[in-house]
Design a protein around this ligand. Structure first.
Ligand SMILES: *Cc1c(COP(=O)(O)O)cnc(C)c1O
Length: 381
């Protein structure tokens, strides 16, 4: 029996190697060249006005908070409302800037619940970070309205949302800043990379400085431009080493051509799972908000006895995952434990089933049957 993994990235290998070869032959693997091309390809693909290529979404989330803090005069200890059900980089981004993550609870989509967010707003609240879990738009639109009404910035952690559309438009256009991940297991795989997308030219220009040590122009422009004195750049602030490189961009430039086709196949896989679970009420599926066409980064179910269910699936050589554990179980965030009961309950019951492009319908049937058997056994014993 072949093992079935949670995630396996698929690359168009020959085409990708050819794009990497171009970098190697040119002798240009760093910032510039392919990174500029990939930023353009991303803007063309999403319709977003600005895009700056980074080495990860984690870097992008940090920059988003840091730039907004600087631009708006936020203070240490000011609050950002966020979800406890996410990868920790969402919340670390707030702590990097000495601000306070305030957890609000999640809804049936496992995304922020607008009523809970509203209840957590204080005079020190400055922003909300929304995570589109698994590519789901959740109640993003209501959160956007709430932020407008209450004068809060909205940061969209769109790490799962490459290819998610609403009314035919790519997600991200109405957040103050949107951050995407192109980490290997995300929908548009490289090895590690991300994109920060601002709505304003000045903030995009700032991001380019902050992501390269505070230096005010890029290497490629300096060496291809007319200036002989290319060491005469200014350093305007203590920036970071967060920009992306041409090898990652070369991989991304190939992956982006196939991402919509790949996401369609992800939706097909999810439809197969849905069909298989229609007759099993003990396997509760996380619904997708029908207002959006989701990227389907994840297929998530909620089951009782989750850890035992995982054990049984592993015996059948099936390796699911959990996205995510309630962050307040971690020492770093434990001080806020017990305030988000829906997230806490989900955290103990969540299971992400294998979802990647190498799965066949038979694989999906094998996973579904194994899960049904496990759930049945554990609920009758
Ligand atoms: C993967 C992920 C990140 C971090 O992305 P990297 O590119 O690996 O830094 C942030 N938020 C969420 C929700 C993620 O799934």
């Amino acid at each position: 029996m072949q093992p079935i993994q949670l995630f396996v990235p698929t690359f168009r290998i020959d085409e990708t190697l050819e794009a990497i070869r171009e970098c190697l032959e040119k002798g240009w693997t760093g910032l510039g060249f392919k990174t500029v091309q990939f930023e353009q390809a991303w803007k063309d693909y999403t319709g977003l006005p600005y895009a700056h290529f980074l080495n990860s979404a984690t870097s992008g989330l940090h920059l988003a908070v840091a730039q907004l803090k600087a631009a708006n005069g936020w203070q240490d200890g000011d609050e950002i409302i966020t979800t406890p059900l996410t990868f920790v980089s969402t919340n670390h981004a707030i702590l990097y800037e000495h601000m306070k993550p305030v957890f609000a609870d999640v809804d049936q989509y496992l995304c922020l619940n607008p009523a809970s967010v509203a209840a957590r707003i204080t005079p020190r609240t400055r922003a909300v970070i929304f995570v589109g879990m698994g590519g789901n738009v959740g109640q993003y639109a209501a959160i956007r309205r709430l932020c407008d009404e209450r004068g809060l910035k909205l940061i969209l952690d769109a790490a799962h949302m490459t290819g998610t559309r609403v009314d035919g438009k790519h997600i991200g256009a109405d957040a103050d800043v949107t951050v995407f991940s192109f980490q290997a297991v995300k929908n548009l795989p490289t090895a590690d990379a991300g994109m920060i997308c601002w709505q304003r030219a000045d903030l995009d220009a700032e991001a380019r400085k902050w992501s390269w040590m505070g230096i005010n122009k890029d290497t490629y422009a300096r060496t291809t431009g007319s200036g002989t004195y290319n060491w005469y750049y200014d350093v305007e602030q203590v920036g970071y080493k967060y920009h992306g490189n041409s090898i990652m961009a070369a991989i991304g430039l190939v992956s982006i051509k196939y991402v919509d086709e790949d996401n369609s196949f992800r939706r097909q896989i999810c439809a197969w799972y849905d069909e298989a679970f229609d007759d099993e009420p003990r396997i509760e599926r996380v619904p997708m908000n029908p207002d959006g066409v989701p990227s389907r980064h994840l297929f998530q179910v909620l089951v009782d006895h989750r850890d035992e269910v995982v054990g049984k699936l592993q015996q059948a050589q099936i390796y699911p995952g959990v996205h995510y554990r309630d962050n307040t179980v971690y020492g770093m965030y434990h001080d806020q434990a017990g305030q988000c009961p829906a997230a806490e309950r989900a955290s103990n019951r969540l299971l992400s089933l294998p979802l990647h492009l190498r799965l066949t319908k038979d694989d999906v049937l094998r996973v579904s049957q194994a899960l049904k058997n496990a759930v049945l056994e554990l609920n009758t014993n």
